[in-house]
Ligand binder design. Structure first.
Ligand code: AHR
Length: 502
């Protein structure tokens, strides 16, 4: 029997709600057909923004939204996306399907979307093919209050008040689609570009440099060294480094199928999801050498599963289904995020609607909206937002061995607000249930309730015809135990136990 020890009276660092952030790129049907339907009379919208999508995401209280890319960000010229729609220039979206982008969704539409969602904007600037001046003027356009040239232009385009832009990215994947740069070259550019991302009218900006892919620790080391050198002269041009990590079961050419997978592939995917723990630990350790107080943030601004596209869909649009397996990939990531609350400032799932590990899917024919299993994990975890992380020590846990690595079969994390606590439990076993004793110390449990997300099959997923095949349910597998609570987890499930403390 697995035992999990949690000291309820030893609150750790705050889990920023921003680790539950999102990412929306001009890619496939994420913006067009996902968030934005333009003038489509058949779908209720506000200024072209789908209201059912807004309503669903408000249920998740999404804290921030990253836009316009991804790779698209380093091809994007913001001036093409402001002003009268009829006169906006078009451009080729060369990364994603080589399609023509009409720029009908631009800065004003994105900021309107953030207002509707109640989410904070995270804008990715263009370093790869843009200029310092272009980036600087975009920030002025967005945030300046007086009669500066860019603030005037914004007013002529219909917006009087400046917006708040708390997060700004200095390019994207500079080691790849963002310019194929060497780390030293990008580090110099990051310092230069970030200098011109200015704080106007009291808008304070958290500047995020384009960080490493996966386990490229040298990239992190180079950026940290560059940052430290400038800091020694009294200025920190950027406040955080990003990191990108995707979960797939095969090589790039054949990443695995989203719904048709073997038991071996089930475990391989979950074992690869666990790699996030190692990546956060090791990147953070590199950062510790330069920043032992952990003032510089790590921002995982792209994460999630990346499978082969659904048969019959455009290979450049990255549309994939989302099963219970994706939900468990998400819960494993969130557990790791909670353990790294002292360094991880933000994380953004790729991507919110219709692309990669989406939380929402829209049907191109009927327009129907589907909440995916991953959506439900986000919803079940809302209680972790801005709560204090609690250490959860697993005793006598069992593991599987996958590709030579130990994969714990139960993943756990916990947080507290003082009066309440939330415990997350994932049973990775494909076919067997697991009993877990929660050894809860330091507070009395006045009351508890639990929720579970599971289904008969590991590849269960939601469709317009069956939108609730995988949906959270009230969980009655929890009872009091001499040490706290005993939880009978069904096979392949994610569960949360909320406690009221006294
Ligand atoms: O999320 C899809 C793509 O993955 C992004 O555009 C890019 O940054 C990454 O390679």
């Amino acid at each position: 029997m697995t035992r999990v020890v949690v000291n309820l009276d030893l609150p750790g660092p705050i889990i920023s709600r921003h680790v539950y952030g999102h990412f929306a790129e001009h890619l496939g049907r994420c913006i067009y057909g996902g968030f934005f339907v333009g003038e489509d009379p058949d779908v209720p919208h506000a200024g072209g923004i789908r209201l059912d999508v807004v309503e669903a995401l408000r249920e998740l209280r999404i804290p921030n939204l990253r836009w316009p890319g991804g790779c698209f960000a380093d091809d994007y010229h913001w001036r093409d996306g402001v002003g009268p729609k009829g006169s906006r220039p078009r451009q080729v979206n060369s990364h994603w399907g080589d399609v023509v982008e009409d720029n009908s969704f631009g800065t004003h539409e994105f900021m309107h979307l953030c207002e509707l969602l109640g989410a904070e904007p995270y804008i990715s600037g263009n370093v790869g093919s843009g200029t310092v001046r272009e980036m600087s003027e975009w920030v002025e356009y967005l945030t300046r209050a007086d009669d500066s040239p860019m603030a005037d232009l914004r007013r002529r385009n219909g917006r009087d008040e400046p917006w708040r832009v708390p997060f700004f990215g200095i390019g994207n994947e500079a080691w790849g689609c963002g310019g194929h740069m060497r780390a030293e070259t990008y580090a110099g550019l990051a310092r230069q570009y970030a200098t011109y991302v200015r704080e106007h009218a009291g808008n304070s900006v958290y500047r995020i440099a384009a960080g490493a892919n996966d386990d490229d620790y040298d990239w992190t080391d180079t950026l940290m060294r560059a940052l430290t050198r400038v800091e020694a002269q009294g200025a920190a041009p950027f406040q955080a480094l990003s990191l990108h990590y995707y979960t797939m079961t095969g090589p790039w050419e054949d990443k695995g199928d989203a719904t048709d997978f073997t038991e071996e592939e089930w475990y391989r995917a979950l074992s690869r999801a666990y790699k996030i723990e190692e990546l956060l630990t090791r990147h953070s350790t590199v950062m510790d050498r330069y920043d032992p107080e952990r003032r510089v943030g790590l921002v995982l601004d792209e994460w999630g599963t990346w499978w082969n596209v659904e048969p019959g869909t455009h290979p450049g649009f990255l549309y994939q289904q989302n099963t219970l397996r994706d939900a468990l990939v998400a819960s494993i990531h969130f557990d790791a995020f909670h353990r790294h609350a002292d360094r991880l400032a933000m994380a953004n799932i790729a991507q919110t609607v219709n692309v990669l590990q989406a939380v929402l899917l829209t049907d191109p024919e009927t327009g129907a909206l589907v909440r995916t299993p991953t959506f439900h994990v986000f919803a079940m975890n809302a209680g972790h937002h801005d709560a204090h992380a609690l250490e959860a020590h697993v005793v006598d846990g069992e593991s599987a061995v996958v590709d030579g690595r130990e994969v714990p079969l139960v993943s756990v994390s916990a947080s507290t607000t003082g009066a309440t606590a939330l415990i997350s439990l994932t049973n990775l076993h494909a076919t067997e249930g697991r009993t877990v004793v929660l050894d809860l110390r330091g507070a009395e449990i006045a009351d508890y309730e639990a929720t579970v997300l599971t289904a008969a099959a590991t590849n269960a997923h939601n469709t317009p015809q069956d939108p609730s095949a995988v949906a959270p349910e009230r969980f009655d597998g929890v009872r009091r135990h001499a040490r706290g609570l005993e939880v009978a987890l069904p096979p392949h499930c994610y569960a949360t136990v909320s406690l009221r403390l006294s």
